[in-house]
Design a protein around this ligand. Structure first.
Ligand code: NAG
Ligand code: NAG
Ligand code: NAG
Ligand code: NAG
Ligand code: NAG
Ligand code: NAG
Ligand code: NAG
Ligand code: NAG
Ligand code: NAG
Ligand code: NAG
Ligand code: NAG
Length: 731
């Protein structure tokens, strides 16, 4: 289960995550020499450490891989040389457990808790057992994009009883973070026969010292040598202090804690908190693996770092490792809400608390630092989605709206990112000056067109919350602004017999020539980010009726959606296109076409190591599959879910407070009979290709589908709402 998506670009973290969102993610660090190990793991290459912190399913550049140790067979005259080992056998992983067998005969088994890790070593008897703890170890990046991490210093002390404490400070990475520090506290099951600290660097080959305490900017750490061959090593970490790291360790893993006990606790936590929330009728191994592997992959990050933020004192929850809302806001956050309602509410409180202390909510964040922003300020969409679905709890919505308004009105300071020096990539909306002045974004800003489409959805999010809080003036202001994507619409831009696309627009109002199929490199300095105008033209999902009108009506819209597939524009592994395949539901008689697309997309996934059609992106990819299985697709920022076609005869989702959503199908066959013939919602015949949050999730409910081989025009009722397309009233 934990191996899904670890090969072929999924970058899923396969190591130990003892509970959903656990701060410790303990796993191997593989050095390959050419490929970046985004989560530390790669199938091919040598292991050069097992470290306590990782991300999961990210791209850009590796982050963390810190607080590392490596077992060495024999004496270690110089701990600074390459101590990496090939693997004797492929690694083994299951929920809460990881095992590596190294070529030198050492076996390493791992288990963990939320703030501590347990390493169980078995050394062969033909050499001395040594363990090197290296404070300077970070995951490297070979891509040469300027996003590699740097070690900038540390400290290491060995105490007379054999335990050690220290810290490491690092900077940079994909989010261009300044120095941040992690503290650690470790001990072994046995007194070392000898131990020493070291302090030097690779080129100074014997510059280790005998003193018990070292600090500074050179590579440093400790070497521990034992007479025993079976050893346990336990380590606690903290962002606050070495004392807190020791407290975390002793509270969670004692000298008597067995590895197997931690593995069992981790399994039962994942079962109770995640897996038991969804049950299906199918007994097919592949189905079960796909379902539960995907659920697992959704909740590895962000990291719950409540009580672990060194930069402010607050009673609010704190989550870090947001990678990134740009990826996850379309379909991950809305499923998190259903499966993990408490953590979801806490996460939203954390976003708002970050705004209180740092001035802006993040679009992405790690090591306590916001960055990078790829498009809009998508925390706005996440907040609005929660707001319209009635999430309140301990959320202060006045502050929530103020945080959103900061995104909408305050120009963030330029961080002069070498990849996009025109405006901030740290937080907020860098291109806001144009947005406010022109209602569109001129080419003086990078990613101008894709930003404009996202800013429109962000402003729609503000409208939703303002309207709900009865802030009438603000509601009108942001409702109007949510239509600004239209200002990029060049009705004469043409591609493959379609006219009308969002294109770059100059300050004098003229549209600039742009082939809608092209986007340069689709990267930081281009007009569109990671996709082209065909996709971005469809992404104002709050204004689809207007889009439909602009593309020339229903038939042309169907043809345009079909072209996404015929021309191979659509990429199931890329988030900007996630919602497009299901927009057929906003047309009469075309819901079956969304079903076709949904089944095609579902077929691209598998339970195995190469089972993700793209980078996991912090679980965005996994949540996208889960919605196909459920047979619904969320429209973030609205209460609407588009109806697709569920996979199973029966699926039960626990939606909180003992309530259930039970989805059943009859007449279906996975390969041949999957078109909706009819649907009943809560026992009533349903004629709409959508349901609202209140219909099935708020209090649970039932959805009973009849499926069959041929499309039937069953959805003859109201089309899904297209709220920004309404002619008159905005409230
Ligand atoms: C790095 O990974 C690639 C792809 O799996 C593999 O072909 C290559 O042999 C690996 N390099 C090393 C040094 O293991
Ligand atoms: C010890 O045994 C392992 C196999 O268990 C072997 O790989 C290694 O080379 C041996 N080391 C020494 C120092 O003999
Ligand atoms: C560290 O481990 C050693 C050996 O098991 C033990 O004697 C010592 O008390 C431990 N120290 C702490 C602080 O746990
Ligand atoms: C370190 O300790 C070893 C063994 O006790 C000794 O031989 C060596 O001279 C010491 N080195 C330093 C730099 O003190
Ligand atoms: C690292 O080694 C080089 C070469 O021996 C030396 O010039 C440099 O000062 C050392 N750096 C540190 C931080 O010890
Ligand atoms: C799945 O297996 C259980 C227990 O073996 C059995 O009771 C149930 O009928 C099976 N369900 C299906 C859909 O085959
Ligand atoms: C966070 O706190 C640490 C320690 O006080 C400080 O060095 C660092 O600059 C702070 N980081 C930010 C982003 O404020
Ligand atoms: C997050 O971590 C804090 C501190 O460890 C804990 O009290 C809280 O229950 C955790 N939240 C969730 C949703 O597990
Ligand atoms: C919103 O747009 C409407 C219609 O164009 C216009 O009448 C109104 O003044 C605008 N309101 C604001 C606050 O910009
Ligand atoms: C191009 O679109 C027009 C409608 O705008 C349609 O009548 C015509 O058949 C289309 N041509 C092709 C080659 O698809
Ligand atoms: C508008 O600006 C663009 C880009 O600066 C320029 O190419 C174009 O000639 C201008 N058009 C007019 C009518 O001034």
């Amino acid at each position: 289960m934990s191996s899904q998506g670890t090969r072929g670009g999924g970058n899923r973290f396969p190591g130990v995550v003892a509970a959903p969102f656990a701060m410790v993610k303990l796993g191997p660090d593989v050095v390959n020499g050419t490929m970046d190990a985004y989560s530390g793991y790669l199938p091919d290459g040598k292991i050069w450490g097992f470290s306590m912190m990782h991300e999961s399913g990210t791209g850009g550049a590796p982050k963390y891989g810190v607080v590392s140790q490596i077992p060495v067979l024999g004496e270690v005259p110089n701990p600074l040389v390459d101590l990496s080992q090939p693997r004797e056998l492929p690694d083994e992983a299951s929920v809460g457990y990881y095992k590596s067998t190294l070529a030198n005969g050492v076996t390493v088994q791992l288990a963990a808790t939320e703030h501590a890790g347990l390493y169980s070593y078995s050394f062969p008897s033909n050499g001395t057992a040594s363990i090197v703890v290296d404070a300077s170890h970070v995951l490297p990046s070979f891509r040469g994009l300027g996003w590699e991490q740097h070690y900038s210093g540390g400290s290491f002390s060995i105490f007379p009883d054999g335990h050690y404490e220290g810290s490491g400070t690092y900077n940079n990475g994909w989010n261009l973070s300044p120095d941040w520090t992690i503290y650690f506290c470790g001990n072994f099951s046995h007194q070392p026969f000898s131990s020493r600290t070291f302090n030097g660097n690779v080129s100074a080959s014997r510059s280790y010292s005998n003193s018990s305490s070292v600090s500074g900017h050179a590579r440093l750490g400790g070497v521990f040598t034992f007479v025993e061959t079976d050893l346990k090593s336990r380590v606690g970490i903290s962002f606050i202090s070495t004392e807190k790291a020791c407290r975390n360790l002793n509270a969670e893993i004692t000298k008597d804690t067995e590895l197997e006990t931690l593995v069992q606790i981790a399994k039962s936590r994942w079962n109770e908190e995640v897996f038991n929330k969804v049950q299906i009728s199918s007994n097919h191994t592949e189905d079960l693996q796909l379902l539960y592997s995907s659920l697992y992959g959704m909740f590895l990050i962000p990291s719950n770092r409540t009580g672990e933020n060194p930069n402010w004192s607050s009673t609010e929850p704190y989550y870090d490792d947001v990678f990134t809302l740009w990826d996850t806001h379309r379909c991950h956050t809305s499923l998190s809400h259903i499966i993990q309602p408490k953590a979801y509410e806490d996460f939203i409180r954390s976003l708002i608390d970050i705004w209180r202390h740092d001035g802006f909510m993040p679009d992405a964040r790690s090591s306590n630092f916001n960055g990078r922003v790829q498009g809009g300020s998508n925390a706005d969409n996440v907040l609005a989605d929660a707001f319209v679905k009635g999430v309140t709890g301990a959320i202060n919505w006045e502050d929530g709206f103020a945080a959103m308004q900061t995104d909408a009105e305050v120009v963030p300071a330029n961080n002069f990112d070498p990849k996009a020096p025109d405006s901030s990539t740290k937080e907020g909306r860098g291109a806001l000056p144009d947005w406010l002045q022109y209602g569109y974004i001129t080419p003086r800003y990078s990613r101008a067109v894709s930003k404009a489409v996202e800013y429109s959805t962000n402003d729609f999010a503000l409208y939703q919350v303002a309207a709900g809080l009865e802030k009438v003036d603000e509601a009108e202001r942001y409702f109007n602004r949510s239509r600004n994507w239209r200002n990029h619409w060049n009705p004469r831009a043409t591609s493959h017999n379609h006219t009308g696309f969002v294109v770059p627009r100059a300050a004098n109002g003229s549209f600039l020539p742009q082939d809608p199929l092209e986007c340069g490199g689709c990267y930081w300095g281009d007009a569109y980010y990671e996709d082209n105008s065909w996709i971005y033209s469809m992404n104002a999902i709050h204004d689809v009726a207007e889009l439909k009108r602009r593309v020339g009506g229903d038939e042309r819209f169907v043809d345009r959606l079909n072209k996404l597939f015929e021309l191979k524009i659509f990429n199931a592994g890329n988030e900007p296109g996630f919602t497009s395949p299901f927009l057929y539901n906003l047309l009469r008689g075309a819901q079956w076409r969304s079903v076709d697309r949904s089944r095609y997309i579902g077929g691209l996934y598998g339970a195995g190591e190469k089972g993700l059609p793209g980078n996991s992106d912090a679980g965005a990819m996994e949540s996208n599959l889960l919605w196909q299985m459920i047979g619904l697709y969320p429209l973030t920022g609205q209460t609407t879910f588009l109806v697709l076609s569920p996979w199973f005869e029966s699926m039960t989702i626990r939606v909180g407070d003992g309530k259930m959503l039970k989805i059943t199908t009859t007449g279906g066959d996975r390969g041949t009979a999957f078109y909706v013939q009819s649907l009943k919602v809560n026992g009533e015949v349903w004629d709409k290709a959508w349901v609202a949050w209140e219909d099935v999730f708020q209090d649970g409910g039932t959805m009973e589908y009849v499926l069959g081989e041929r499309p039937v025009d069953w959805a003859t009722g109201d089309l899904p709402p297209s709220p920004a397309s309404w002619e008159t009233s905005y409230l």
